[in-house]
Design a protein around this ligand. Sequence first.
Ligand SMILES: [Zn+2]
Length: 238
Amino acid sequence: MTKSVFYEDAYLTRIDATVTAVDGELIEFDRTIFYPMGGGQPGDTGFVTGNDGAKHRIIDTRKGGTPGSIVHQLDTTEHGIGVGDPLTLEIDWDRRYLLMKMHTGMHLLGSLIPVGVTGGAVGEDKSRLDFDLGEHQVDKESLTRELNRLVEEAHDVVIESIEEAELDTNPDLVRTMSVQPPRGAGTIRMVRIRDVDYQPCGGTHLRNTREIGAMRVAKIENKGRRNRRFHLVLSDEA
Ligand SMILES: [Zn+2]
């Protein structure tokens, strides 16, 4: 079991942790700020540094084989790290912050298109979100204008939780048609963008939509009779 500190504070860039398992280039710690790939968001990358000053690259982060465990993949098996070692973890913050901007922006896009979401992927350069659009009419210029209005309105983003039973009685809160939030813990993590969006989500988010800066719908792609793929990029020219 790894303590998921990124859920308490998505802005922590560095943390001390103790090694709990080593398997070749794969390392587990008692706690981490590295987000493991999931929910369309890629795993974090960064560095781990030992007391001896030796610094190793972490090239990916995934969920481990046991529930709640998180595995950090180093770029080498020749790291000399052992169970019990106290180490310092540091994420590639520039990349993670881009992913947080993109991820939060995808919530905004979802709020503007009131139909089911069929898929999505967050990337630092571009992101995509698929919708079961049907007869719904959209165009990328007006969507881009609306997106940037929501950015400039500076909506706070807060993390809440609800009981699983409460979600069961409000199934419309789940926007994704194919993926249901993980069950079994009794409560579900909810992300609220005040006055804009409210849905279950396990990713990392900004504190305020203003931090996105500017965002653009770069392309709307035809993916079948009803499905449309929306490509999002961060842009300086709003
Ligand atoms: Zn989210």
